[in-house]
Design a protein around this ligand. Structure first.
Ligand code: 2RA
Length: 333
């Protein structure tokens, strides 16, 4: 099994290295690709150094079984043909192909089967906020159809990449040192702040990030669910949090919801208010599962339920989900 990582120097690329190693992914050879900025760098995998090759339009992907790509939408579109031409399966983390026909959009806990049909040799990894939300929604969908969801996100700096994480650290340091605060990766200073904008605005007043939550959720869940999102960047480092309100076809009790979350794959229930136990991004960072807590009935709508969901954005929200897709397909060989 020959595997490639494209965009290995980024936050998600680095996480691919860790996740493949951690899960002992059954590969014999790993090839790393990057832009001219990272070509020539060396990374350690299974105690061996591997040098990053320059991503080019050539035959480098011949013989590669799976390419995990996380190099941005433009690069994904430009190189899709080069990567898939000889039968390599491209599992892409960008938004380029997510809503395209004939390209499955997969969260293994929800729609693993969709991954089996990939006529273009491309499978899309959903947006991080969508991944953790659908893992939770799917658990409840098993007991009653979810008509609508209102969600407010609290998104960590990691979603904007490793340079953005560095910027957040720096902003805290600069503020405490009373230095001028540098702002490059976010529209405003994030340290000691919240920014109610993730990605750019669309014509309807929602951001692209918010529309991803609407569209991707419907595609993954094969559902007519309505989703209205407000996405907010917060000064957490690498786990996203979401406050989710749902309306189901029939009322769901808190006990039923707890039971559904407890038995769902990929979820850890952490819901014990009396002991101040609920998921928090600081403690969910670097963890595989999606954590759910603060489950309660809506006070204004009998069919309403509200809860809090936290997931590591770089792991389950990106690299781990893509690797789980590959692992699922390997079980089908
Ligand atoms: C973010 N959702 O948090 C994006 C990353 N995919 O900015």
């Amino acid at each position: 099994m020959k595997v490639a990582i494209v965009g290995v120097s980024g936050a998600v690329g680095q996480e691919f290295l860790r996740v493949l190693e951690e899960r002992n992914f059954p590969l014999d050879q790993l090839i790393l690709f990057g832009s001219s900025r990272s070509a020539g760098k060396k990374y350690l995998f299974r105690e061996r150094e591997i040098e990053v090759k320059l991503l080019q339009h050539n035959d480098d992907f011949k013989g590669v079984d799976i390419a995990f790509t996380s190099a941005g939408g433009g690069t994904a579109e430009e190189y899709a043909d080069t990567i898939t031409r000889y039968g390599t399966l491209m599992i892409d983390n960008s938004s380029a192909f997510r809503m395209k026909e004939n390209i499955p959009l997969v969260v293994p806990e929800v729609n693993a089967k969709d991954a089996e049909n990939h006529p273009l040799n491309i499978i899309a990894n959903p947006n991080c906020t969508t991944i953790q939300m659908v893992v939770a929604l799917n658990a409840l969908e098993q007991i009653s159809h979810i008509r609508r969801a209102y969600v407010s996100t609290y998104q960590a700096a990691s979603g904007a990449g490793s340079a953005a994480m560095d910027e957040l650290y720096n902003q805290y340091r600069q503020t405490l040192a009373k230095e001028k605060v540098s702002v490059e990766k976010f529209p405003y200073q994030l340290a000691f702040n919240l920014i109610p904008q993730v990605d750019v605005f669309t014509e309807n007043g929602y951001t692209k990030e918010e529309m991803k939550m609407y569209n991707e959720t419907r595609k993954i869940m094969h559902s007519d669910i309505q989703v209205s999102a407000t996405c907010v960047r917060v000064p957490a480092l690498r786990a996203h949090s979401e406050s989710i309100w749902i309306e189901t076809e029939r009322p769901i009790s808190v006990e039923e919801a707890r039971a559904a979350f407890s038995k769902a794959k990929g979820i850890v229930l952490q819901d014990n208010p009396a002991q101040k136990e609920y998921p928090m991004p600081l403690f969910v960072s670097q963890k595989d599962p999606v954590y759910v807590g603060r489950i309660r009935k809506d006070l204004t709508n009998e069919n309403g339920l509200t809860f809090w969901v936290v997931g590591d954005q770089i792991k389950k929200g990106a690299a781990l989900n893509a690797v789980q897709i590959a692992e699922y397909l390997l079980t089908k060989r």
